[in-house]
Design a protein around this ligand. Structure first.
Ligand SMILES: [Zn+2]
Length: 80
């Protein structure tokens, strides 16, 4: 009986670990570009949720998203 409980616990831990790894994976430019399109959002709800959670953790992707949606980075204009 205890053995079954241990297996269930192990599976739960593995599933949480998998979700964390998935959340940490950086999305590609295509996904970031589609993020603002409501049609893509409706057909890729799971991926959309994952990328939104990822953006909360990853500064690099937040910056990439800004660059994709607003063209050149503001800092580049200030360098000259
Ligand atoms: Zn990222």
């Amino acid at each position: 009986m205890l053995e079954i409980f241990l297996w269930i616990s192990l599976l739960a831990v593995l599933r949480i670990g998998y979700q964390i790894i998935q959340q940490r994976r950086c999305p590609d430019n295509y996904t970031l570009k589609n993020l603002t399109k409501s049609r893509w959002k409706n057909t890729h709800q799971r991926e959309y949720q994952r990328v939104i959670s990822h953006l909360g953790l990853c500064e690099k992707c937040t910056k990439r998203l800004e660059e994709i949606n607003f063209g050149k980075n503001l800092e580049d204009h200030l360098v000259d």
